[in-house]
Design a protein around this ligand. Structure first.
Ligand code: 13P
Length: 251
């Protein structure tokens, strides 16, 4: 039984005041979510205040990235230890925006995953293809490489502890959502890759989220798919009412 996850990636949005207002809107607007884990990933500057407010809430807090070293002379970077100190219990790793704008590779994603797991900070590992790769019929190959290289050297137990987010890049922030069939197909492919490499137990246990223009109008259909274990929501997670609707659509 995989407990679903609805995670909101706020990206580079929200001052501390706006972050608190948003998280209060979710917390008071939905006193109990049911059998679903709810996570918000505020910008780093707001994590501490948001986590303080959420201390007695079901809502967990995630970072949007981390650096693999624990401390040291790495100007501008945030370690897992610092994220935890601020109140985070999870961290998004390898988001396509980080791969695209900040030159992250599967090798750095791998180091980040290992650093997060060592601290018991739950990694939410993003994978997904560009439109050109989809049109060239390369979805399986692209996702396979991202997973095999990103998760290289992990044990079965470690793979069970992490979360994968399938985010087709062409569906992020574009209003274009993968069709339920497209999403389910790739989630099945991802589970097969995990099974081949880490065994059936890991494949059965690992949670695979869908991300890319998830909104209240399409969340119910996407979240009812057998291999979709939740959603990583961008734009629609910035409005409490929409995010609550998406949480409620987990059946
Ligand atoms: P949108 O929901 O805005 O398409 O963003 C998805 C995403 O990138 C979540 O990490």
């Amino acid at each position: 039984m995989r407990t679903p996850i609805i995670a909101g990636n706020w990206k580079m949005h929200n001052t501390i005041a706006a972050a608190l207002e948003l998280v209060k809107g979710i917390h008071y607007g939905l006193p109990w979510p049911g059998e679903v884990e709810v996570i918000v990933a505020p910008p780093t500057t707001a994590i501490s205040k948001v986590a303080d407010f959420l201390q007695d809430s079901y809502i967990q807090v995630a970072g949007q990235d981390l650096f693999w070293e624990e401390s040291g002379a790495y100007t501008g970077e945030i370690s897992g230890t610092l994220l935890q100190d601020a109140g985070a219990s999870a961290v998004i790793i390898g988001h396509s925006e980080r791969r695209q704008y900040f030159h992250e590779t599967d090798a750095t994603v791998n180091k980040k995953i290992k650093a997060a797991l060592a601290l018991q900070l739950m990694p939410i590992v993003c994978v997904g293809e560009t439109l050109a790769e989809r049109e060239a019929g390369q979805v399986t190959e692209v996702v396979r490489t991202q997973i095999l290289e990103g998760l290289a050297g992990l044990t079965t137990a470690e793979v069970t502890d992490l979360v994968i987010a399938y985010e087709p890049i062409w569906a992020i922030g574009t209003g274009k959502t993968a069709t339920p069939q497209q999403a389910e197909d790739v989630h099945v492919i991802i589970r097969h890759i995990i099974a081949e490499q880490f065994g059936n137990d890991a494949a059965d246990a690992v949670r695979i989220l869908y991300g890319g223009s998830v909104k209240p109008a399409n969340s119910k259909e996407l979240l009812s798919l057998p291999n979709v274990d939740g959603a990583l929501v961008g734009g629609a997670s910035l409005k409490a009412a929409d995010f609550i609707e998406i949480i409620k659509s987990v059946s």
